[in-house]
Design a protein around this ligand. Structure first.
Ligand SMILES: Nc1ncnc2c1ncn2[C@@H]1O[C@H](COP(=O)(O)OP(=O)(O)OP(=O)(O)O)[C@@H](O)[C@H]1O
Ligand SMILES: [Mg+2]
Length: 236
């Protein structure tokens, strides 16, 4: 279980996350919703430890990790696929995967782990020897997600995996994410502007506005209440 209690993140005078409390049950998927500047990325960065906490507490498996450095959180089984397609652009697809695997649990031997990825994203097998920087946006997102999951994390943070991608690719990406969640039993937190998409696959949703939670509930209830439509009409 992942528990955030009154989490605050600031950049100098800018308060990006204000007093956010979220509980993500073990093995569940949690959606963090809202458009630009709401504080979604800052919240995920606080969880993985790349943004410092200004206040509040983060518990992972009931252990307080608030002061644990990011590398140590990664060792504890947390992976963060950041926004903006961060990967090693000069390295080939396969070398990106190998490197990511080497930082993970290594429970699955490398060749099997790589084969598994290629089975799920056959296009990555074709591009195995191509430098990641030359791939299309959708293919890069596939590599990023594969690098996050090949480490076999128990906690997976995903920052806008659908951003800027064609609908057909978004479908593939989301199938991959839900597939990993099911197989691994990992606890997944996903920041997403496309509310309908995220609510359809998640168990619980939180709507952020200016760094605060303005609405939360079971995803299916939020969907039934038409929250996704309200969000795109920016009522909230
Ligand atoms: N490194 C930084 N330095 C200063 N301010 C920042 C920094 N990163 C984010 N902010 C500010 O913090 C607030 C929250 O930003 P954040 O990126 O967390 O939101 P977001 O919901 O992920 O937005 P987006 O949809 O654009 O990705 C914004 O006002 C943003 O301008
Ligand atoms: Mg963001």
């Amino acid at each position: 279980m992942l528990e955030l209690r009154n989490v605050q993140v600031s950049y100098g005078a800018v308060e990006a996350v204000r007093d956010v409390s979220i509980t993500a049950a073990a093995g569940s998927m949690t959606a963090i919703l809202r458009a630009n500047g709401a504080g979604k990325s800052s919240l995920l960065r606080a969880i993985s430890g790349v943004a410092p906490l200004r206040g509040g507490t983060i518990l992972m498996n009931s252990q307080d990790i608030s002061k644990v450095p990011a590398e140590k959180r990664a060792k504890l089984g947390l992976a963060h696929a950041m926004e903006g397609r961060r990967l090693f652009r000069q390295l080939t697809v396969e070398d990106n995967l190998k490197l990511a695997w080497s930082f993970g649990s290594r429970k699955t031997p490398l060749p099997a782990a790589i084969d598994d990825i290629y089975g799920r994203f056959p296009i990555l097998a074709e591009k195995a020897k191509v430098q990641a920087g030359y791939l299309s946006g959708g293919q890069q997102q596939m590599v990023i997600l594969s690098c996050a999951t090949i480490r076999d994390p128990d906690y997976l943070l995903l920052d806008e995996p659908s951003l800027g991608l064609a609908p057909i690719i978004v479908t593939q990406i989301y199938e991959f994410i839900t597939g990993y969640a099911r197989r691994s039993g990992a606890t997944v937190v996903i920041a997403e502007q496309m509310a309908t998409l995220a609510l359809k696959v998640s168990d619980r949703g939180y709507v952020l506005r200016r760094g605060k939670v303005v609405l939360e509930g079971e995803s299916k209830t939020l969907l039934a209440d038409g929250i996704a439509d309200s969000l795109s009409a920016t009522y909230l």
